[in-house]
Design a protein around this ligand. Structure first.
Ligand SMILES: *Cc1c(COP(=O)(O)O)cnc(C)c1O
Length: 456
């Protein structure tokens, strides 16, 4: 008998050389992005104050593959290819007939998948002579990644951090500052929209939507010195993450398996897109029979309870209007611990795939998510990021269903980050202080009634 393998590693030469742009294979083109003032489709010139031209081109590109610059691949070598493991000990703990695999993105220097896009974003800004980047961060993972990437390329970095995270996550603040970035609690008195928010509510704890408004304003009013970067949602961000799925395909081949179900948690949609899109191409183009499953928190259910409509990406209405699954830009998320999943909207591409029934979506409450995380960490030894634990909860549901049905599907999920900066959340869970939040239907209805009105 051959030895059973647990880890399917790839050589450095297997780091992908191209990103996969799913726009080339979508059944219909994405709905146009609209100008916040005129409400007409925007062109590249409208985005030029915010992003370097190469990223704007990627945002609208219809080319199936886009070459990864050598300078970016050089930095990817610090942690890629990332491991893919068969969760044999979890399978045993669950007593399941399913075969479970996970791709582990927590080995990146920032501890999550976010660095996969932070590096190329910083690279293209540097290449176009930009002095620095403004951005927001919620849970702190994106702030960590972009501050590292800016440091690699010698760019200044200004991070607007949602105030509640700024106060609750001093170590995130510290790591971002250690990489040389400036961190400001949002809402702040450094921008017009921040000052307006504070005038309205001096005790505001902030939201991702508000922090985006501040970062966008700071870039747009900098006279071209600074541009803005976003860690999820946008087409080019999702595309940069497809190296996760491309590597996973090679690793699953090494394992001699092919996934029947692919599972990822969804905040803005980028880590899910990263693992799923290359396989989704197999489904759309080659007719592979696979299920692709997005998992979101019940407290912030943009896919399962939001509607597919034009909305702003931020609170102050400064961003272009994007057609997406949304809970309304005025959404203030309840204080659940999966900070990275608390965004009112969902990536346009993910929303479109969901609308076309090419992917499924489920919501998980935080107590189920933390229970799943603890089951996983006791079996596999890795502390999952609270966001990733939503995916694990769905894996456990699927595994139980398979066992009950007597089937043995191959399940692959993205373990998009580790939870070493989130131990206060685990502390709350293990001491019995966590409660469940379900986003109330009335609140959904209220937020919906405030959606911008778009003709046609
Ligand atoms: C940011 C983040 C998320 C949510 O963002 P996506 O774009 O949906 O991936 C999920 N997990 C981790 C670990 C994150 O850092």
């Amino acid at each position: 008998m051959t030895e059973s393998l647990t880890r399917f590693d790839l050589p450095q030469s297997a780091i992908p050389t191209r990103w996969y742009n799913i726009q080339a294979d979508l059944p219909r083109p994405l709905p146009p992005v609209l100008h916040p003032g005129t409400r007409q489709p925007i062109g590249p010139a409208d985005l030029a104050p915010l992003f370097p031209m190469e990223l704007i081109k990627q945002e609208v590109s219809q080319e199936r593959f886009i070459d990864i610059p050598e300078e970016v691949r050089e930095i990817y070598k610090l942690w890629r290819p990332t491991p893919l493991l068969r969760a044999r000990r979890l399978e045993k703990a669950l007593g399941t007939t399913a075969r479970i695999y996970y791709k582990y993105e927590g080995v990146s220097p920032s501890g999550s998948h976010k660095l996969n896009t932070a590096v190329p974003q910083a690279f293209y800004n540097k290449q176009e002579g930009i002095q620095g980047i403004t951005t927001e961060t919620g849970a702190g993972q994106w702030g960590t990644a972009i501050s590292q990437a800016c440091n690699f390329f010698g760019l200044e970095c200004y991070v607007y951090m949602v105030k509640v995270s700024y106060q609750q996550k001093p170590y995130r603040r510290a790591i971002i500052r250690s990489f040389g970035a400036q961190v400001t609690a949002s809402p702040s008195d450094t921008t017009n929209c921040g000052r307006a928010a504070l005038a309205n509510d001096p005790n505001s704890t902030g939201s991702l939507g508000m922090a985006i408004s501040e970062a966008v304003e700071a870039a747009a009013t900098s006279g071209g010195k600074y541009k803005y970067a976003l860690g999820s949602v946008l087409n080019h961000v999702l595309m940069h993450q497809t190296i996760i799925g491309q590597e996973s395909m090679l690793q699953m081949k090494r394992a001699g398996d092919y996934p029947d179900v692919i599972i990822g948690c969804t905040g803005g949609g980028s880590n899910f897109a990263g693992i799923a899109f290359p396989f989704l191409r197999d489904k759309m183009v080659h007719g592979k029979d696979i299920r692709i499953v997005a998992v979101e928190p019940a407290a912030c259910p943009s896919l399962t309870k939001g509607i597919y409509a034009y909305d702003f990406g931020d609170t102050a209405g400064m961003t272009p209007l994007i057609k997406m699954h949304t809970l309304g830009a005025g959404f203030i998320p309840p204080p659940v611990h999966s900070g990275g999943l608390r965004y009112h909207g969902m990536a346009s591409i993910i929303s479109e795939l969901y609308d076309q029934k090419l992917i499924e979506a489920f919501a998980v409450r935080q107590l189920e998510a933390f229970a799943a995380a603890v089951t996983f960490l006791r079996a596999e030894g890795i502390v999952p990021a609270p966001e990733a634990s939503h995916a694990i909860a769905q894996v456990i549901r699927e595994a139980a269903a398979a066992t009950a049905a007597g089937t043995s599907p191959v399940i692959l999920f993205n373990l998009c980050g580790h939870g070493h900066f989130d131990m206060s959340a685990y502390d709350a869970y293990t001491s019995g202080q966590l409660t469940d939040f379900e986003y109330p239907e009335e609140a959904v209805a209220t937020a919906m009634s405030a959606l911008p009105k778009i003709d046609g």
